[in-house]
Design a protein. Sequence first.
Lengths: 253, 297, 297
Amino acid sequence: MSEPLLALTDIHKAFGANQVLKGVGFSIAPGEIVGLLGPNGCGKSTLLNVISGFAPADQGAIRFAGTDIGRLAVDRIARAGLVRTFQLPSMPRRMTVAEVLTGARARGTGFAGLFARPPAEDAAEVDRLLAELALTHVRDLPAAALSGGQKKLLSIALVLRARPKLICLDEPTAGVHPNLRAHMVGLLRRISADGVTLLIVEHDMHFIRELCGRCVVLDRGSVIADCAPAELTANERVVEAYLGNARDKGARA
Amino acid sequence: MLQFLIDVLMRACDLALVAIALSAVYSLMKFPNVALVQYATAGALLAILFQRSGVPVWLAIGCGVGLTGLIGVLLNEFIFSRMLKSGSATAMIGSLAVSMIISAVFLLAVGPTATRFALPISRPMRILGARITEWQLWSFGVVAGALLLFALLYFRTDLGRQMRATATNEVLADATGINTRRMKALIVLISGLLAALGGVAIALKGEISIQTGLDLLLPVFAAAILGGLGNPFGAVAGALVIAVAETIVTNTNFGPLLGRAVAFLPAAYATAGSFLLLVATLLWRPRGIFVSEVKRV
Amino acid sequence: MSDFLIHVTIMAGIFSLLALSLNLQVGFGGLMNFGQIALFGCGTYGAALAFEQDLGMLTGLFFGLVAAAVVGWVFASIGRNLQADYWGIVTLALAEVLRLIATNEDRITGGAQGISGIRPFFPGLESRPQQLAILALVLGCVLVAWLLCERLTGGRYGLGLKIMREEPQLSASLGYDILALKRQCMVLGGLIAAVSGFLFAHYVSFVGPDQLGTSETFLIWAMIVIGGLGNNAGAILGAFLLQFTFAFVPFVKDLTGLPTEFVAATRLVLIGGGLVAFILWRQAGLIPEKTGRARHV
């Protein structure tokens, strides 16, 4: 059994008196598409922030591609191949879409690199990505001028430029038009076929069912299920977590 | 020893009112309004000019301070609020620019040399071996009185409660029915009045010039940030700390450390001491030594 | 008259270097550097100290470059988590501390009197050819600096800087080492500022701490805001515009018979008023930043 690409062990994280993550642990093998689900407030976003280096875990270990990344800075983790998107992507105002895409490939900042221009291959890759995401027609607009859905697509393109091994997507379909959603499914499938591992935090069950081979479900900071999407509805604890939350809040399940 | 205390107190008085003004406005408007130190000079200069045209001194002070407060509100309404829409850094640069224009007005009005109130000269008194002049006492009285009034307003009145709510969390205050627009204007007005009064207090015991405001800038920032932005009385404590630091820096005999009988740091290093304290605070305790409620750093 | 024009052009050129340097830090890197004049001071004092010790001009340049690189590196490394305006205050305070040290350490820096009689460029030449040669030297430096900046900001490094400037979180999540980017930006800017200081020292033959006041930093800020933040040609334009306007203010004063304070006041109004006007109505400056022009090999 080969070593998992990402292995979380016993992750704890508290904000003040609020214990958000209580001993979360699971692994992801190379090439998988794993969904990370759970009712609101279960700690999904916090876990994503911990994995990508935006917040340090109080306790526990994170191994990625054989290295312990728990104490590393965000940019080091990214250069190691673990990247993420943001739920509400904020894009530069004084740069065009094409410029941001070109600049997304962070190379070493040695002296020689200071005066270098981006190589020609970059231009070709940028064009290809723009075409694949149907963003060619907005390539010369300021990146901040894109619609919410377009920004989500752009953020996926940006992380692809970083040659990632694992992409953590933070609610990629939130606020996105249903047509665009279908496009995104196809896009992510292609990315996965190219060998990139995906961890997708999501609420949209259809999206999850179409893409993910496996789901990890969190509830109030702990993992309560780790199975295939089809098995979720049969899992009592999952149903209880969602319905229980719904009952508490008086909303419909 | 008493002289040391008096020196510290006098210096702290120089800074206290302007520091409160900066602290209140910075946390409310979310940008450092550099022009505030010019309000201090403006208050004093206007009061001096009013006195020159025949108005009795205390009335002149009232007019000068009041007028400055009003100017502060107008500047905020028409210039700073608009600049703030482009971000706090832009607003800071803008306040810098306004500060320069105000300096230019001073230059044309009274020239570059220092001016003073037309006050009867009084011989310094001796209390327990320490020297203090009558006008230093008046100056202290003005500052203490202003602090007392402000404290009463801020902590004991309904208006003060509303101001505190608006300063802490504007959105929430708005939701509870407080007229935040009026509160903000009020806070800006009061901080302008306090800054102007601070300038008057300085001018009462000595002189005032265009340079006074600029020289105040960093020490006042240091005091406000030390005390924690949004914490007006922390700013007062901050002013005391800065005053102590400056006085110690120049009054300590480093001779023994260096193997000499006497070795003092030059007086100019007093301000360097407070600047370094400011840098240290920003680096290690950016929320101030009392950790105020203001979250942004 | 033409001697005067040559002089003004030389000064405009020297300030262009400072403007290019600050523009790199502020316009492209988003770094609110209010301590720019300290980097300039590294250049002036480097030249002056080498002259005092009889070490030759190039050594002076070297001293200045090294000092500016160190100061720039320190500025960038301090307070990596501070928000822009707080960090700006830190740089302002540190620059003031450096100025105070220069004022007080008489034995090394000549104290408040500074160091004078610094050897000029091209000493063998006659007066007019010497002026022209210096003009050529300064303009040549401006050209080289401009080309360097264009190359830096138009390529990979520029893209990285810009993303960091606007979306630091995004930039880090893509793998950019923000601290390294900031350090490089401040060091590169510092080097250009040091060259400017070196040229200045040998041109006016005098170096002193009064040249390093905060008002000088504000002047350079005005140049880049008015000229156009994030545009190298804009920085040069802003420098030339302000320098030439300042140079002719005394003539206007003579023509209209206004008092001496008019000169200093007008300069303040021009800087301050210009900044306010541009911030409120044309934030992009005279020549706006070029977007979408990242060129590939």
